[in-house]
Each structure stands twice: as structure tokens, then as C-alpha cells.
Design a protein around this ligand. Structure first.
Ligand code: HEM
Ligand code: HEM
Length: 177
């Protein structure tokens, strides 16, 4: 029996990121539902900063782990494999760029960034105009990430349901042949 799974550490890193990403985006979307005077609104944004920062920080050791791992091999056309690689590269890039842009955006207030009272992060020395530009960039990139994730998930489901190959199984630890 040949093991064609992603190693457990890579699978753990992948699914942990998915969970953090859902909570991170859920927090920023749901904060809109609360009035500006409601302290829960600010708390949800702090939760967003904390989770977003954690995703960025975890992506660095994830990329290091990935550099030492050989990906499972699945039969597919070279062009499709190249497209998948480009999509994955885009996801990694956005997982690093988003927290950086977010940090610069929030620094514009010139106040320490409160992460749910757990820790205060000093703001970067940026002008209000720079912060505003990075807030817009952050929002644009976030929409790009959401679109890319939607494509990524659709591709994973297409592999499992239509192509009936082991691509999704290999990320779930169920691709033993
Ligand atoms: C991978 C990490 C992150 C993801 C996926 C992410 C995603 C998002 C999304 C989807 C939005 C809503 C965009 C919109 O309304 O069109 C948003 C807004 C925002 N994010 Fe992030 N974010 C991340 C990290 C961060 C970090 C680390 C910070 C700050 C330290 C941050 C600060 C902000 C701010 C200030 C907004 C604007 C909120 C508003 O005023 O409506 N984000 N982010
Ligand atoms: C926030 C959402 C997600 C992000 C940011 C994300 C990110 C990534 C990245 C960067 C890779 C590339 C691994 C590498 O080659 O280094 C990957 C692989 C993979 N992801 Fe996701 N993913 C997400 C959600 C999902 C979901 C929900 C599914 C399943 C429905 C999924 C299924 C897969 C599969 C099957 C692979 C392996 C692809 C292959 O072997 O070529 N992902 N993911």
C-alpha cells in the first residue's frame, strides 16, 4: 500500500489555517452588525487583528516546512498542475501580504493596537494618508483572497466529485492506495 498523503504536519497547518481564516473573516464581517457605540464591535475587530496576525505568523514556518516536503503526485495535465501551483502561490502570498497591509492600515490611528487585552502592539510610524491607502489595498487583497479560496475549494470538490482522483483525499490523510 503506497502512502500518497500530505504529511500530518502539512495537513495540520492547512486545516488550522482554514479554521483561523473562517474565524478571522467571520469576525470582520460580523462587526458591521453592531453599533459603533457597542464595545463588541471593537472586540470583534481586535479578534480580527489577532487572528489575521496569527495566520501571517504561522504562514512563515508553514512555508519552511513545505520547503522540505515532496508533494503527493496526482496524474493531471501539466497545464492544470501549473495553474494549481500558481493558485497556491497566490494564497501563500496573500496570507503574508494581508496582515502586513492590515498592520499598516491600523497604525494610522497612532495608538497601540490592543489585541483583546492580551497584548498591545506598537503602531508603525505612518501618516494617515499612507494608512488609508493600505486599508484600501487590504480590502482589495482580501476580496482577491476570498475569490481565490472559492476557486480553490471548487477545484478540490471538482477533483473529488467529478475527476474522482485522490487530490482532496491526500489533504485529509485518506489517500492510501
Ligand atoms: C490573513 C489575514 C487577514 C485576512 C484574510 C483579512 C481579511 C479582511 C477582510 C475580508 C476584510 C473586510 C474587507 C471589506 O470590507 O471589503 C478586512 C478588513 C480589515 N482588516 Fe483584515 N484581514 C487579515 C488581517 C488583518 C490584520 C492583521 C489587520 C490589522 C492588524 C487587519 C485589519 C483590517 C482592517 C482595519 C479592516 C477594515 C475594517 C473596516 O473598517 O471595515 N486585517 N480584513
Ligand atoms: C481559507 C481557506 C484555504 C486556504 C488559505 C488554503 C490554502 C492552501 C494552500 C496554500 C495549499 C497549497 C499546499 C502546497 O502545495 O504547499 C492548499 C492545498 C490544498 N487545499 Fe487548501 N486552502 C483553503 C481551504 C481549503 C478547503 C476548504 C479545502 C477542501 C474543500 C482545501 C483543499 C486543499 C487540497 C485538496 C490541497 C492539496 C492540493 C494538491 O495536492 O495539489 N483547501 N491549500
Amino acid at each position: 500500500m503506497r502512502n500518497n498523503n500530505w504529511p500530518p504536519l502539512i495537513r495540520a497547518q492547512h486545516w488550522l489555517t482554514v479554521l483561523l481564516m473562517v474565524l478571522c473573516i467571520g469576525a470582520v464581517w460580523s462587526h458591521e452588525a453592531f453599533d459603533k457605540a457597542d464595545p463588541l464591535r471593537a472586540r470583534l475587530m481586535q479578534f480580527h487583528f489577532l487572528l489575521g496576525g496569527t495566520i501571517g505568523l504561522l504562514t512563515l514556518p508553514r512555508l519552511l516546512t513545505r520547503a522540505f516536503v515532496k508533494a503527493p503526485v496526482h496524474p493531471m495535465a501539466a497545464a492544470v498542475a501549473l495553474l494549481a501551483k500558481a493558485g497556491h502561490l497566490g494564497l501563500y502570498l496573500l496570507m503574508i501580504l494581508l496582515p502586513v497591509c492590515g498592520y499598516i492600515a491600523v497604525s494610522g490611528k497612532g495608538l497601540p493596537i490592543d489585541l483583546l487585552g492580551l497584548v498591545d502592539i506598537p503602531p508603525l510610524p505612518v501618516s494617515k494618508d499612507t494608512a488609508k491607502a493600505f486599508k484600501e489595498l487590504h480590502e482589495g487583497l482580501a476580496n482577491g483572497l476570498i475569490a481565490l479560496v472559492a476557486l480553490h475549494v471548487a477545484a478540490a470538490i471538482f477533483h473529488a466529485v467529478a475527476l474522482k482522483d485522490k487530490v482532496l483525499h491526500s489533504m485529509m490523510g485518506r489517500a492510501d492506495e
